[in-house]
Design a protein around this ligand. Structure first.
Ligand SMILES: NC(=O)c1ccc[n+]([C@@H]2O[C@H](COP(=O)([O-])OP(=O)(O)OC[C@H]3O[C@@H](n4cnc5c(N)ncnc54)[C@H](O)[C@@H]3O)[C@@H](O)[C@H]2O)c1
Ligand SMILES: C[C@@H](O)[C@H](N)C(=O)O
Length: 364
């Protein structure tokens, strides 16, 4: 009976505690271990287990997708090649395999993931594994497993081993009842895709673990990301990458969204820069744990006009994919990222003309 009273007193203190959550590591409920995997009671609140002068030891999950290889490159430049381990369940191409440490890691295999974290003394984890919006709708059970069960494994391991954890969220975490122009950080979030639902779940679970167990959880809501040297993994914004390849290869592009569908977008370098910056930001600068980030917002029509400045002969037709269109129509048109700009100095480098010029100079 006494234990029950202590627990409920601790829980109510915890729920009443504001923003920073300092001192939560002493809350006795953590020792009792409500977490199925017994989060360690001595986990320090700001979970940096390396000294400030040391480099973090980094693991990237789902690293062979559109964003992971670029992130590994950026982090290796900053922290040293051998301090950044790229992982996935797919086989890496030769150039990736020989560019730095690569390891097999299935995020659904809790023990394997924990072993990797322990054996490699990981201190920072970037959790990129996911099924994106369009492929998620095509395979809901798999999306649920990877995006939700996988996240649970990652959260528990991160809390248990005192990791700083980055989980990307997305414009897809909003839905038709959210304000769309612009979409602020805090508003109604009722997405209608399994991808969006799993990302809202990730935001909430990460923040819950932060306040409850002191997990150093950091999250950015990415816009649609555009890159030249990596292919997107089955999202609604993929058209904005495909157009460049088709313009160069065939001079013909078939767009699967309506010409006036406005969505927030970002060049990959800005996206990865923001990711590193928020991970390096001092904890006291972060008034929130989940931030919108924004750079530009355009429609297929506007993108085509800009692309045609470089490839005037490009022929464009529209063949709307109903699933993707319905998703896009429920997403933000413009993203309000004032909090990121104020708290940790976020600033994008690429607008639409700069992005298009960069893509063409990269793709030749
Ligand atoms: N690319 C974008 O436009 C964008 C926008 C917003 C948010 N994000 C988020 O950023 C992250 C990275 O996105 P991306 O575009 O590189 O995704 P992607 O689809 O290109 O890559 C995801 C990777 O996850 C891997 N994966 C799938 N199941 C796995 C499992 N069981 N264990 C380990 N890995 C597994 C896949 O093999 C794949 O390489 C995702 O979480 C995504 O939601 C991306
Ligand atoms: C926006 C983002 O999360 C992804 N590119 C998708 O379209 O699903």
């Amino acid at each position: 009976m006494a234990i029950v009273k202590n627990v409920s007193r601790a829980v109510s203190q915890l729920l009443q505690s504001s923003g920073c959550g300092c001192g939560i590591s002493t809350v006795p409920v953590r020792c009792i271990g409500v977490s199925p995997r017994q989060v360690a009671s001595d986990a320090s609140f700001h979970s940096v287990s390396f000294s400030e002068s040391d480099h973090p030891r980094v693991l990237i999950t789902g690293g062979l997708g559109q964003l992971g290889v670029g992130l590994a490159k950026l982090l290796r430049k900053r922290f040293g090649k051998n301090n950044v381990i790229l992982s996935d369940i797919r086989k890496p191409a030769d150039n990736i395999f020989y560019s730095g440490p690569f390891i097999y890691a299935d995020i659904l295999d809790y023990k394997n993931l924990r072993e990797i974290v322990v054996n490699n003394r990981i201190t920072w984890l970037f959790h990129y594994s996911a099924l994106l919006s369009a492929v998620g709708e095509a395979n809901v059970p798999l999306a649920r497993a990877v995006n939700i069960t996988g996240l649970h494994n990652v959260l528990d391991i991160a809390a248990e081993h005192n990791l700083r954890l980055f989980v990307p969220s997305t414009i897809g975490a909003f839905g038709p009842t959210s304000p769309r122009d612009p979409t602020p950080d805090l508003c109604i979030q009722r997405p209608r895709t399994i991808y969006g639902v799993s990302k809202v779940h990730a935001e909430l679970m990460g923040e819950y673990y932060h306040y409850r167990y002191g997990l150093d959880f950091r999250c950015l809501r990415y816009p649609g990301v555009i890159s030249a040297d990596s292919q997107p993994g089955g999202g609604t914004t993929d058209y904005a990458v495909q157009i460049f390849h088709d313009a160069i290869k065939t001079g013909k592009f078939q767009c699967n969204l309506k010409p006036d569908t406005r969505l927030p977008m970002m060049y990959i370098d800005d996206c990865l820069k923001a990711t590193l910056e928020v991970m390096e930001a001092p904890a006291e600068a972060l008034s929130m744990r989940t931030y919108n980030i924004s750079a530009m917002s355009f429609t297929p029509e506007e993108l085509v006009q800009e692309v045609q400045k470089h490839v005037p002969e490009l022929q464009v037709t529209f063949n709307v994919d109903e699933v993707r269109q319905a998703i896009a129509d429920s997403w933000p048109m413009n993203f309000d990222d004032r909090n990121a700009r104020r708290d940790w100095g976020w600033k994008h480098d690429y607008d639409l003309p700069e992005l298009v010029a960069t893509m063409f100079s990269f793709l030749g």
